[in-house]
Design a protein around this ligand. Sequence first.
Ligand code: BTN
Length: 258
Amino acid sequence: MDSTNSWSIQHCKEFRDDHLPLLVICDSQSAGRGRQGRSWHADAGALTFSILDSALRLGLALEHVPKLALVAGLSVAEAIDDLIPPYSARIKWPNDVLVAGKKVAGVLIENVPQTQSNRVVVGIGVNVSTNFLIATEEVRERATSISEISGRHLDLGSVLVSVLERYHENLKTLAGLENSRPATGDQPKKCQLGFSELLSSLRNRCFLTGQKIRMNQGGQQILGRCEGLGNDGELLLATDRGVVAITSGEIVRIEGVS
Ligand code: BTN
């Protein structure tokens, strides 16, 4: 398969709403995609999958869909903590998962255009025991695998189950639901309340808090000290123009880190 995200988008319309959520998983991707148009390095030691879902089924108003990326990153981080104690995974906003300062997982969330129930694809890649020998130098410097960090062998299936369990629980919290879900046709519920319950976990894991960072936002560079996350999961940067809330953008550099 080229990419579980691409496959999910291409085949989305073959699945009815009551088929969702759909797990799309493969042994290897020939064209795995990362955020910002980058490629995603993976081999047989990487867990690569996507979940095709709909905002309607999740009880999410459209404006809250971007929060899914934060929730997916949080779920991966929690699963890693469960699997390799006493390590504690951090989240580099918006959704890179780091252990010991290096990236072990990433999330790529994409809306599928022109779908009635507002379909969304949540793609997750976890470096379980990925071999980086043939990766680019940049990837080799920034990435690691759970096995390399912990010295433990984990099979892909158990990592998948842990991530899905955490994700399932967090989605219920996000939508303010316990075990119910809205019947098709119901108005999506606002998830502000549910998200605020996840915020303290996200804030505790925020890798950037306190760091001086340089960001690229719509072609403009912003420099500031990260003050953590706002109530909607936005990144708060204290700049010389005051505190700026960043909802999207790319971190160009963490000052003081080579
Ligand atoms: C990133 O860190 O830039 C996001 C990486 C997301 C990679 C996963 S692997 C499964 C899914 N399919 C893809 O093509 N990408 C995501």
